[in-house]
Ligand binder design. Structure first.
Ligand code: PEP
Ligand code: MN
Length: 343
């Protein structure tokens, strides 16, 4: 920790601060600058009392207390400089292979799901997405088929061979969802539901953690830390847009999160352009941008008839649009030194 003292404080005040730092178990190292004095406190913050309260304990002497180290360690790139890979049913995410996870926002019925699953597979997707438990803004909107939807996803996996990713909405459903899915999705609205993150981590299934609606990247990394700290090293981050003042899009897809997560963390990053803008007409361009910027994969909403979709109709692309998008994506994936994974 670095403790910045206020300018012009008395020797007695400084001595009192130093005494308190020692009392809390740290070794102070005083650095005197021209205008200010800064103290480096050496010691293990996990086993000693926090120094953050020095600001309120010495309001006239201490200006600020700042951590030297990053607050996340397990998700940090330092923990695994080469980058981690995640193996799911013979596929490796985070490798040279670029993976596209595609499927409807919500599982609606067998015909809709199977038709979509077959079409996305034929177009080159390597995972099937689909929500069985839906986090809807209004309690009067379709909430998902629940376990019936999970069973349909399992059936689609059996018929197509595509591994499944679906959202875990509540701790109460942890075991049930883990039984049917290959990757557990934690949605934007639950990105800081730490008990849910712990429960998901403990299933041992890979966890895809969406970025929260208003989540800073540091908060997102710390939420990911919960997964790794609970003995699950298979974590994927998923950028899905954040709330801004912009109204032309539902969310603002933060593409800068890709190189930042790549720099800060060893965990793969997936981009969801569907929630990202909330507009089907923008999905293709954002997929290309994300691929060229080094994302490890995409999570795309696809529906046989978007205008009839039970949720997120405006942002789902049709089967034809998806097929074209996949054909156009390849050079962007290659530009980032990757290749399209094949099933
Ligand atoms: C979704 O993937 O359908 C979804 C609800 O995503 P998010 O949590 O990012 O809003
Ligand atoms: Mn959706």
């Amino acid at each position: 920790m670095i403790i910045v003292l206020k300018p012009g404080i008395s020797k007695q005040q400084e001595t009192a601060v130093l005494r308190e730092i020692r009392k809390r178990g740290y070794r102070p190292h005083v650095m005197r600058g021209v205008a200010r004095t800064v103290i480096g406190a050496i010691g293990d913050e996990l086993t000693h009392r926090s120094l953050e309260t020095l600001v309120s304990a010495f309001p006239r002497a201490v200006e600020s207390v700042m951590p030297v180290q990053k607050r996340y360690t397990l998700v940090s790139r330092d923990a695994h400089p080469a980058g981690s890979t995640i193996k799911v049913r013979g596929r490796t995410i985070g490798s040279r292979q670029f993976h596209v996870m595609a499927g409807p926002c919500s599982v609606e019925n067998e015909k809709q799901l199977l038709k979509t699953a077959e079409a996305v597979k034929a177009a080159g997707a390597t995972f099937l997405r689909g929500g069985a438990f839906k986090p809807r803004t209004s309690p009067y909107d379709f909430q998902g088929l629940g376990e019936k939807g999970l069973k349909l996803l399992a059936k689609a996996r059996q018929e197509t061979g595509l591994p499944v990713i679906t959202e875990l909405l509540s701790e109460a459903h942890t075991e049930m969802v883990a039984e049917y899915t290959d990757i557990i999705q934690i949605g934007a609205r639950n990105a800081q539901n730490f008990q849910l993150l712990i429960a998901a981590a403990k299933t041992g299934r890979p966890v895809l953690l969406k970025r929260g609606l208003s989540m800073k990247i540091e908060e997102w990394l710390l939420a990911g830390e919960y997964v790794l700290a609970n003995e699950n090293c298979n974590l994927l981050f998923c950028e899905r847009g954040i709330r801004t003042f912009e109204t032309y899009t539902r969310n603002t897809l933060d593409l800068s999160a890709i190189p930042i997560i790549k720099k800060e963390s060893h965990c793969p990053i997936i981009v969801d352009p569907s929630q990202g803008a909330g507009r089907a007409d923008l999905v293709s361009a954002m997929c290309k941008g994300a691929a060229a910027m080094g994302a490890d994969g995409l999570l795309i909403e696809v529906h046989p008839n978007p205008s009839e979709a039970w949720s997120d109709g405006a942002q789902q692309v049709s089967l034809d649009v998806f097929k074209r998008l996949m054909e156009e994506l390849r050079p962007f994936v290659q530009a980032a030194g990757r290749e399209m994974a094949n099933g």
